[in-house]
Design a protein around this ligand. Structure first.
Ligand SMILES: Cc1cc2nc3c(=O)[nH]c(=O)nc-3n(C[C@H](O)[C@H](O)[C@H](O)COP(=O)(O)O)c2cc1C
Length: 373
């Protein structure tokens, strides 16, 4: 049984085809940003506070009024059925059990409705007062949106997410075109028979194309997604449903401010796990500029390279309200389905709890900038 997230990755490799492992683990071009996301956390050192009573620790928090039992959400990631047949449904159940958030990708292999039904979203969003339950009410269940050239298709996705009980819309803005992942190109990445774009199949015949010498996903993006979207489109998007809008993929203070001006209710500082612009700043390194620019107007989340509970503490110390966890969720899925994801989330929770104790923090609110040396 793996005891940390790095061991989960090693173990997952044995459960996955080369094509699936490469698709999950790779970054764009030379993978500089992929590696730097990790190195950025390793560069930052802590100055712990001592002789504080940390016998009773509370990791719970909230974002946009939605409650979390620890400050993390599973990142939107496409094609989770490549890791396990239950795919996004297993992730949703594990997130429920852990009381953490989940963001479902537009490019999921289980549909918006299947994940909501099997993940009990109606229970989560109901006004149950059972605070002893892990599935306490109103946990983040966000739908990640890619705007397709076909606007009717996009409208349909938003309306379906709202109808199914998702409680926010997360627009990804760092992918006007797909980053060039050379491992996918070499593997001519495509979905194996039996898997499809579950949210799009019922609307049209969209599928991942195959072409000699190219990644099918890259072709799909080029054909279907709209590289012309601008800030002006956010008003249109907000008009489609009452869901709060979160903008994911910001790396600059001025863009963060603009997102808030255009109505974003939260920001995710992200370089897409190093999969888009190689050479982009590590998301953790971009965090201070964005925290300063936002000046507490909206919550700021961050993702990319978070592999230890102490990384979460560092992100919170710099001012993040929470973090998204990407690839480790896929490693958990590949190794053990729902139980694997549950274990990955438990490892992170336990590590964060220990890191908090060692820094003299008994509550999430105690984690502050003074801890970062
Ligand atoms: C296999 C894979 C698929 C992804 N698919 C999406 C996606 O569909 N939409 C999106 O906004 N981000 C997607 N991402 C980016 C993640 O949401 C997240 O930003 C990133 O994985 C965080 O970095 P980490 O994997 O180092 O934790 C994907 C990432 C991976 C690894």
């Amino acid at each position: 049984m793996p005891i940390n997230l790095f061991e989960y990755e090693e173990s997952a490799k044995k459960h996955l085809s080369q094509m699936a492992f490469d698709y999950y683990s790779s970054g764009a071009w030379d993978e500089l940003t992929l590696r730097d996301n990790r190195a950025a956390f390793e560069r930052v050192k802590l100055q712990p506070r001592v002789l504080v009573d940390v016998s009773d620790r509370n990791l719970s928090t909230s974002i946009l009024g939605q409650s979390l039992q620890s400050p993390l959400l599973t990142a939107p990631m496409a094609f989770q059925c490549l890791a396990h047949e239950e795919g996004e449904i297993a992730t949703a159940r594990a997130a429920n059990k852990a009381g953490v958030g989940m963001i479902l990708s537009t490019m999921s292999t289980k549909s918006i409705e299947e994940v909501a039904t099997q993940g009990n979203y109606s229970d989560i969003n109901s006004s149950s007062n059972n605070s002893s339950s892990n599935n306490s009410n109103n946990t983040p269940r966000w739908f990640q949106l890619y705007i397709h050239k076909d606007r009717d298709l996009t409208i349909n996705l938003v309306k379906r997410a709202y109808a199914a009980g998702y409680n926010a819309l997360c627009l990804t803005v760092d992918a006007p075109v797909l980053g060039q992942r050379e491992r996918d190109r070499r593997n001519e990445f495509t979905l194996p028979a039996g898997l499809n774009l579950a949210n799009l199949a019922s609307i049209s015949d969209l599928e991942i194309p195959t072409e000699h010498g190219e990644s099918g996903l890259l072709l799909y993006f080029a054909q279907q997604l709209d590289p012309a979207i601008t800030w002006e489109d956010l008003a249109w998007l907000r008009s489609l449903s009452p869901l709060p809008l979160i903008v994911k993929g910001i790396l600059r203070g001025d863009d963060a401010r603009r997102a808030v001006e255009y109505g974003a209710k939260a920001i995710v500082v992200s370089n897409h796990g190093g999969r888009q612009l190689d050479g982009a700043i590590a998301s953790f390194d971009a965090l201070p500029e964005i925290i300063a620019a936002i000046d507490s107007q909206v919550p700021v989340l961050v993702d990319g390279g978070i592999r230890r509970g102490v990384d979460i503490l560092k992100a919170l110390a710099l001012g993040a309200s929470g973090v998204l966890i990407g690839r480790p969720i896929l490693w958990g899925l590949a190794v053990g389905g729902e139980a694997g994801v549950t274990h990955v989330l438990e490892i992170l929770r336990n590590e964060l709890s220990v890191a908090m104790a060692l820094c003299g923090c008994s509550r999430i609110q105690d984690i502050d900038l003074s801890l970062v040396g």
